[in-house]
Write a protein that binds this ligand. Structure first.
Ligand code: SF4
Length: 82
């Protein structure tokens, strides 16, 4: 059995009521928070950028959104091109 996500205590997706289907949220919590957290979009943003960069409504499955957040911040950090 895989260990649970280290961010469960402070992660809004895990500790708050999330809009949408309660059943779907429960499934995602089991699938990501309690098992496969390395694949979670929220965790990927938090690991790379910090908790303040994780939108409250970002779902664990929102990997495209997570990628765009990470890319935008990395571009800002690298400064203007040229
Ligand atoms: S939603 Fe992602 S970051 Fe939050 S507790 Fe679950 S696996 Fe961890």
């Amino acid at each position: 059995m895989k260990p649970m996500c280290p961010y469960t205590a402070g992660c809004p997706f895990f500790v708050q009521n999330i809009p949408g289907s309660a059943r779907a949220v429960a499934i995602l919590r089991r699938r990501y928070c309690l098992s496969n957290h390395a694949e979670c979009a929220r965790k990927q943003v938090r690991d790379l950028l910090g908790p303040s960069f994780v939108p409250v409504n970002l779902y664990p499955t929102d990997s495209c959104w997570a990628d765009s957040i990470i890319e935008a911040e990395q571009e800002k950090a690298s400064g203007p091109a040229g």
